[in-house]
Design a protein around this ligand. Structure first.
Ligand SMILES: Nc1ncnc2c1ncn2[C@@H]1O[C@H](COP(=O)(O)OP(=O)(O)OP(=O)(O)O)[C@@H](O)[C@H]1O
Length: 699
């Protein structure tokens, strides 16, 4: 192997450099090999004094037609192209310059030059002194193109081709250089291993190449190659650092932008609690002015010891409630969660990212998520009978008011449906929070309604919990079965409604709340007021706008509309064909008194859908209680005979009235002959007598 390893470089491997020519004989061997090659065409690869790579480069140079006797003279890039190139590489050149500057101060007075070639071999930067040169002028110029194809063996081409540091002595260069110099070069690569350019150091000293076997000169060669390799590595490291810095800066800017868009307050504190970053929402929550200097988080905490929780905690802490205290002594409840940032080496918490949300907002969000979803609107309420139209109109009007609403009606008449529809017309984007007063024991109802502070009673959560009233802030609190609300709690609720302030159980701080109550009951409130089970004052607070929802039996043909609606709904849900209710079955449905109202009708239709097979709903498909008492009229034709139509049924105030009127009609037709009238109506004589008695019709 003709090359001697000068430098072992981790990334690049062993350096490519000419032999150290320990002996004079080897040096002369090299000179002879070159002459033999150029003059006598003897293959230089046969010489033990020439490295394989160098010999091959000489051969390629000859094959390219480069004249070895012509003075070394590379092509030069046109000025404008050169300027563009220098501009494009400005950052890189600046870094190279910044590395060379300190060296220039320390450099030996003997002549040297430092050049930087771009990845295509174009010399784009040149600096140095050439004191010892006779002609004082460098033969190199910025813009020169170093290519093996045009100038033969040269330092750039070898360095690029073998991707290793290279050192050449003047006679090793293919074309005559006319100088005695040692050139050393090292590649500069980017992180991905792509070549950015080649850094070249040229030491000019006549004696060096006259007697290169002398130890002093060999030392200089070793040092210069080491120097240029170290400098190239340092430049690479700086480029890497610069890239990391830019990446860091970009991440930083991205973080700033993200923080800005974040709807929640973000505050980053160091291990002392000093605020090191805060977004605009954070500033708003902490009431920090735009240009005010950031301070310490403890300044805002009403309980200063809580700061330890925020920064001393090793683990992520999910939302818990914290009371902020401001300089004017006002307070505000916020929800905080904290995320510790640990030092990778020491594992100590160095900073914490705090996420702040105003409890009010937080509750509203939570209520929207966990509270009842008000799905229904007035369009969803089926009912075209006059009674229902009147009720819907009334509810629509009341919806736009801010007063409380009281919904009265039997079980299953659709009170909640109305409550949701009113809310959705009133404040669709605010929470709708429902509480069934009959479903909870006394103590639970109290904590459900008013919430509690942490540890307020045995079994209470450590962090406390907001009540339904707080959650309903700005929206609607639907108090179902209000008649079942415990008497003592009614008094607290009344106070909340009057003061518009709520205090949690075990708490000392009232907070303002604004919400609308829609209460509902199937009880006779006047009676329970008399029985001292319901507070009269609360009744007056709640009943400003009262709506009585009629029972199903008073809604005429709506019963069939609803029945069809439920049949369609259920069948579609099950993926079944939609069955049709036979006319005579409709009569039974219309005649039934529906004690369970709409809910019972829905269940009956689900039952019928499951019973039917042939696409029709017959009598046998209905639940037994609906058919067992028979019907006041046997078929639709009789309805028509009696001069009654669908519209008439809707128009009647109630089915009872309708039945009474029909009985009278048939009696008139039968000239008050009860047996004849019963026959005409298709009912038995005894049923006829029972109905006449029921409706107190004289016969
Ligand atoms: N007019 C209507 N149109 C469509 N569906 C209705 C109508 N009325 C009631 N419903 C349906 O009937 C069922 C019972 O209604 P809702 O729960 O509103 O009654 P409620 O009076 O609040 O009952 P409760 O007194 O038992 O609380 C619900 O499934 C509801 O969707």
């Amino acid at each position: 192997m003709a090359f001697r390893i000068f430098i072992q470089d981790e990334k690049m491997g062993p350096a490519l450099a000419v032999k150290s020519y320990c002996s004079e004989a080897e040096w002369h061997g090299l000179l002879k090999a070159k002459e033999d090659f150029l003059v006598r065409d003897i293959d230089p690869r046969l010489s033990t004094c020439v490295s394989q790579e160098l010999a091959e480069s000489w051969i390629r140079s000859r094959d390219y037609g480069v004249n070895p006797n012509k003075m070394f003279s590379p092509l030069t890039l046109p000025q404008d192209e050169l300027e563009n190139l220098i501009n494009t590489n400005k950052q890189l050149i600046d870094i190279v310059k910044s590395h060379i500057m300190p060296f220039c101060q320390l450099a030996s007075p003997s002549g040297y030059e430092i050049a930087f070639h771009d990845r295509n071999g174009i010399l784009i930067f040149l600096d140095g002194i050439s004191k010892s040169l006779e002609h004082k002028k460098s033969k190199y110029k910025v813009g020169m193109v170093f290519q093996e194809e045009t100038i033969g063996t040269n330092i750039f081409s070898l360095c690029k081709r073998y991707a290793k540091p290279v050192q050449l002595l003047a006679p090793e260069v293919y074309a005559t250089t006319g100088e005695f110099d040692i050139v050393s070069a090292a590649n500069i690569m980017n992180e991905d291993g792509d070549l950015l350019g080649v850094l070249v150091y040229r030491q000019i000293n006549q004696q060096l190449t006259e007697k290169p076997w002398l130890k002093d000169y060999q030392d200089i060669r070793l040092q210069t190659l080491g120097f240029i390799t170290a400098m190239a590595q340092s430049i690479e490291a700086q480029l890497k650092l610069r890239k990391s810095y830019f990446n860091l800066e970009t991440s930083h800017k991205m973080l700033e932008a993200m923080l800005h868009f974040f709807g929640e307050g973000i505050v980053i504190i160091d291990s002392n609690g000093d605020i090191i970053k805060i977004n605009s929402e954070g500033k708003r929550i902490l009431r920090v002015g735009e240009n005010e200097p950031e301070t310490n988080i403890s300044q805002y905490l009403s309980d200063k010891s809580r700061q330890i929780d925020l920064i001393g905690n090793n683990n992520f802490v999910d939302y818990y409630e914290e009371i902020l205290q401001f300089p004017n002594n006002s307070t505000q409840s916020i929800m905080i969660s904290s995320y510790p940032i640990k030092n990778q080496i020491s594992n100590q918490v160095e900073a914490s990212v705090l996420r702040l949300a105003e409890t009010k907002k937080f509750n509203a969000m939570a209520a929207k998520r966990v509270g009842t979803i008000a799905r229904f609107n007035f369009q969803d309420i089926i009912g075209e009978s006059k009674t229902m139209q009147r009720v819907k109109l009334m509810a629509n009007r009341f919806a736009v008011s801010t007063e409380n609403v009281l919904l009265l009606g039997e079980n299953g008449t659709g009170k909640e449906l109305f409550a949701q529809s009113i809310h959705n017309k009133y404040r669709p984007n605010q929470p709708f929070v429902a509480l069934n007063c009959a479903a909870f024991p006394r103590n639970l109802i109290e904590s459900e309604l008013f919430g509690y502070e942490g540890g307020a009673f045995t079994g209470a959560e450590r962090t406390g919990r907001p009540g339904k009233i707080e959650l309903a802030n700005k929206g609607t609190l639907f108090l179902d079965e209000i008649g079942d609300m415990p008497y003592e709690i009614q008094a607290i609720l009344l106070r909340v409604l009057q003061d518009k302030q709520v205090m949690r159980i075990g708490g000392h701080r009232s907070q303002p709340v604004g919400f609308r109550v829609i209460a509902s009951t199937n009880q006779d409130l006047h009676r329970i007021i008399k029985d001292k089970q319901f507070r009269e004052d609360l009744y007056y607070r709640l009943s400003i706008l009262t709506i009585e929802i009629p029972p199903l039996r008073e809604r005429g043909y709506d019963i069939i509309r609803l029945a069809n609606y439920f049949i369609k709904n259920y069948s579609c849900r099950m993926g079944w064909p939609i069955p049709v209710i036979r006319d005579e079955v409709q009569e039974y449905i219309l005649a039934y008194h529906w004690p369970g109202n709409v809910r019972q009708l829905e269940n009956a239709m689900i039952y019928a859908c499951n019973m039917t097979e042939g696409g029709y709903i017959d009598l046998s498909h209905l639940p037994i209680e609906i058919t067992e008492n028979g019907t006041p009229f046997s078929s639709n034709s009789r309805l028509v005979q009696a001069g009654r139509t669908e519209q008439d049924i809707d128009g009647a105030d109630s089915l009872k009235e309708l039945e009474k009127k029909m009985l009278q009609n048939f009696l008139d037709k039968a000239d008050s002959n009860i047996v004849k009238a019963a026959k005409l109506m298709g009912i038995s004589r005894s049923t006829m007598y029972r109905k006449l008695k029921k409706y107190q019709i004289n016969y």
